[in-house]
Design a protein around this ligand. Structure first.
Ligand code: ZN
Length: 198
């Protein structure tokens, strides 16, 4: 019943729910739903919400038109987690749509090695959210198309320049002898994404 009320409020309320209604729900359920109900940005990062980068991202893009009214709860997977094996260690960020209905990989060690700054990390997170929003069918042959689609989401959040510089840094990094090199296709694909963005 409570879930129904909350869902209904999510559904009908474009504006803040009045305090009286919040108070009634609080009395009936003994739970304060205020922070949940009156939050415009409903994407949440589950379990690793305490990771500063992801909390900052939520704060920063709380009013973004693109992300408003979405309700996904996205698990952040970090090295050592139970699902870490589903990701490549060499990726700073990645998205897997199957596990937990969608989760983001975040490898802080790799982020630091590549030298991504905060804005570039935001661009990467936006890119991964772009994979989540991608309505296209999964088809391994169209991987690069999906990357380009996801980059567009970063652009829509105003992160075009940071996306481009993040991709440049990844190319520099992966070209190093110890940086998972010998992967020319990977570097060509990153370069193509820069060309599309520029
Ligand atoms: Zn991607």
């Amino acid at each position: 019943m409570v879930g129904g009320v909350v869902t209904l409020l999510f559904g009908i309320c474009q504006h803040a729910v009045p305090k009286q209604i919040i108070d009634i729900i609080r009395v009936v359920t003994n739970v304060n739903y205020e922070p949940i109900i009156n939050k415009k940005f409903m994407i949440t990062f589950v379990r690793h919400a305490e990771i500063q980068l992801f909390s900052n991202f939520i704060d920063r893009y709380a009013d973004a038109e693109l992300l408003r009214n979405r309700t996904e709860h996205i698990t952040v997977v970090v090295p050592g987690d139970i699902f870490a094996g589903a990701f490549w260690d060499s990726d700073p960020f990645a998205f897997n749509r199957v596990i937990n209905n969608g989760c983001i990989w975040y490898n802080e060690y790799k982020v630091n090695e590549i030298g991504l700054d905060q804005e570039e990390c935001y661009a990467c997170i936006a890119h991964e959210l772009g994979h989540m929003m991608d309505p296209n069918q999964r088809n391994p042959e169209h991987q690069q198309d999906r990357e380009i689609y996801a980059d567009r989401i970063a652009c829509e959040l105003g992160l075009r320049d940071s996306m481009i510089s993040a991709l440049h840094k990844m190319i520099d990094y992966y070209q190093q002898p110890n940086g998972a090199a010998d992967d020319n296709v990977r570097i060509e694909n990153l370069q193509e994404r820069i060309n599309v963005l520029a």
